[in-house]
Design a protein around this ligand. Structure first.
Ligand code: PEP
Length: 238
């Protein structure tokens, strides 16, 4: 919930002007009310506009909610599902998230699925179990054919917006575990090809080291994405 329309437009203008020539896939995810404008603003840009959330129902009596079709209709083809703030502040359980993932896929949307442990889980050594169960509960009954439409974003909750970052070694260790878990539940090709992003206080100063790890395929950037120069520096790091 950052940036009004004026702020979003100014940021996107600066981002598209400064975007380097890159093979990296760059996406931005403004609040719902700014999405349609963002799509228009970036229509000639390589930057894709994606949504931060959606409801699982097709339509109906869900006041305040936004459906897959509403997003598709304004040119949004990718949606973030399961961000830790949705889980923590809006009661989104694994069960709800599984429904949202299925609804997005049924509408041929791409899903960026977020998950990650809380500080207590890490302190008690339970972080691998927590991550495995988040993946299992929302994704493990998908068809093999769904996986090209899934991007994973591992975001340890203790590192989001806190200035604390998982060390590059902690990120690599968890990303390798995620890949192994997917290989066991599905197959090695799927595990190899799925993009696993790291999120949690990625900044220009630490991006290159985090992205240098073999199982870290990219980043989900919060605070640093609100400042064009910082975000561009992170894109250059990838
Ligand atoms: C986020 O909001 O998902 C996030 C990773 O934020 P930050 O980069 O500020 O930690």
């Amino acid at each position: 919930m950052n940036k009004d329309l004026t702020g979003t437009e100014a940021l996107l203008e600066e981002l598209s002007a400064k975007l380097p020539d890159t093979n990296a896939k760059v996406m931005v995810s403004p609040p719902f009310v700014n999405l349609a404008n963002a799509v228009q603003k970036l229509k000639d840009s390589e930057i894709e506009v994606i949504a931060q959330n959606m409801h699982f129902a097709e339509n109906g009596a869900y006041t305040g909610e936004i459906s897959a079709n509403m997003l598709l209709n304004i040119g949004i083809n990718t949606v973030i599902i399961g961000h830790s703030e949705r889980r923590a502040h809006f009661g989104e359980t694994d069960e709800i998230l599984a429904k949202k993932v299925k609804a997005a896929l049924a509408n041929n949307m791409q899903v960026m699925f977020c998950f990650g442990e809380e500080l207590e889980d890490r302190k008690s050594g339970n972080h691998f179990n927590v991550v495995e169960s988040q993946l299992k509960n929302a994704l493990f009954d998908l068809d093999l054919t769904a996986w090209p439409s899934i991007i994973l974003a591992y975001e340890p909750v203790w590192a989001i917006g806190t200035g604390e970052t998982a060390s590059p070694e902690q990120a690599q260790e968890m990303h390798a575990f995620i890949r192994k878990t997917i290989a066991e539940a599905f197959d090695a090709d799927i595990a190899e090809n799925v993009s696993i992003l790291y999120g949690g206080s990625v900044k220009p100063g630490n991006a290159e080291e985090i992205f240098s790890k073999p199982d870290v395929d990219g980043g989900l950037i919060g605070g640093a994405s609100l400042v064009a120069d910082d975000f561009i520096a992170i894109v250059k790091a990838i």
